[in-house]
Design a protein around this ligand. Structure first.
Ligand code: HEM
Length: 366
């Protein structure tokens, strides 16, 4: 290759133009700041003024290093050799705002909501007792849930309970459990809770999807659901209000609890579970607040459901545990569904036909 004089002149010119940029970047790197942030004379002057006033402050208020902390919390990106989003930000003030929100109103109102709901349910049970049957049990059982339906329900319910308990330990444990059981036991418990929470979360999400597909057909709203709601399900008036396989209260729990809060807590939980998707801190903080509020609301609501599914309604738990309920129970709690099964208009949950379908004309749903 021949080196011409013109070529050499171009090369030297280029070197002269780029040299300041290259040396500037190298200098900025050794000073710990990216090339784009090389200091101007103004910022150097401002820094020396700040150092001066900090030195004066130390005279009158020894130990007060507020400016240092103000700068650290500003969220300004500094140099680090660790590559990744915000790796150059040590701390920032939004984290304090998030911490105050979480340890303040969210814990206060959420914690009291859980406690109050337990008290309300206890008082309600003491005053009203369980919702019983109006007529004597028939002594003949009818299939209410197939094995698959029960597995779908319990997979969701058990994973929900594990998430609920481990979540509450993570939220309140430091304040309520740590003083009682000490650092060693609490550290062990919190680590267990965190790992259970992280791994059971996806199981819950999957079981919610299976549950939705299994039960959505029987949760579609019907006109008689509005009548049921207006009459409050007859809980206080002690009357039997007819409904389909599930009453309007259960349907609201299905749409608002299982689908609504289930989706919100799952989506925000996934954001928290996978920080390696490079989401910035503000996204994690918002996801944490949304997740915690939705989960607390979910727990409070689930308590009423658990109450109604056990002590609150005579015979309901048998259906979900063994799959069968007394025919009087079915007639009083799911009249239209019972009549449809008896009349042969729909199959039993396991897909079989009822043993003795009615031979009479279909009954009207008045
Ligand atoms: C762990 C305690 C739980 C108990 C004892 C329990 C009990 C029951 C019982 C007995 C039923 C049947 C009611 C009937 O025959 O109409 C039922 C239905 C139902 N359960 Fe639970 N359950 C629990 C947890 C959960 C949780 C955590 C969820 C949601 C995340 C849930 C969602 C539902 C729904 C939506 C229905 C009604 C079916 C529907 O509308 O599709 N359950 N439960």
């Amino acid at each position: 290759m021949r080196i011409t004089l013109a070529g050499l002149r171009h090369f030297l010119l280029g070197l002269m133009l780029f040299l300041p940029v290259i040396t500037g970047a190298a200098y900025a790197q050794t000073k710990g700041a990216p090339a784009s942030q090389a200091q101007s004379p103004e910022s150097r002057a401002a820094e020396s003024r700040a150092a001066e006033s900090q030195a004066q402050r130390q005279q009158v208020q020894p130990g007060n290093n507020a400016p240092t902390w103000r700068e650290a919390r500003s969220g300004k990106e500094e140099y680090t050799s660790v590559k990744g989003r915000e790796t150059g930000v040590l701390i920032q003030n939004d984290g304090q705002t998030w911490r105050k929100l979480r340890n303040g109103p969210i814990m206060f109102y959420g914690g009291w909501a859980v406690v109050l709901m337990l008290i309300v349910l206890g008082v309600f049970y003491k005053v009203n007792g369980p919702i019983g049957l109006h007529s004597a049990p028939a002594g003949k059982m009818i299939e209410r849930f197939s094995a698959f339906e029960r597995i779908a329900h319990w997979a969701m319910a058990i994973s929900f309970c594990i998430l609920g308990v481990s979540g509450l330990v993570m939220l309140f444990g430091k304040f309520l459990l740590l003083p009682l059981i000490g650092h060693t036991l609490f550290g062990w418990l919190a680590t267990l809770g965190k790992n259970l929470h992280n791994f059971v979360g996806p199981i819950f999400m999957f079981s919610v999807l299976v549950f939705i597909v299994t039960f959505i057909r029987d949760n579609l709203p019907r006109l008689y659901d509005f009548i049921w709601l207006v009459k409050g399900g007859g809980v206080l008036t002690h009357e039997v209000v007819p409904c389909g396989r599930f009453n309007a209260g259960e349907k609201i729990w299905f749409w608002g609890g299982v689908i609504g809060l289930g989706m919100i807590s799952s989506a925000s939980g996934l954001v928290l579970d996978f920080p390696n998707f490079d989401q910035p801190r503000w996204v994690m903080m918002i996801a944490n607040v949304v997740h915690t509020v939705a989960a607390l609301w979910y727990i409070v609501w689930a308590l009423t459901h658990m109450y109604l599914g056990t002590a609150g309604t005579t015979g309901a738990y048998d259906g979900m545990r063994n799959g069968y309920v007394d025919e009087t129970w079915a007639k009083e709690h799911a009249q239209y569904w019972y009549e449809d099964v008896k009349a042969g208009r729909r199959e039993l949950p396991s897909g079989k036909q009822d043993a003795a379908p009615a031979t009479t004309a279909p009954q009207t749903q008045s």
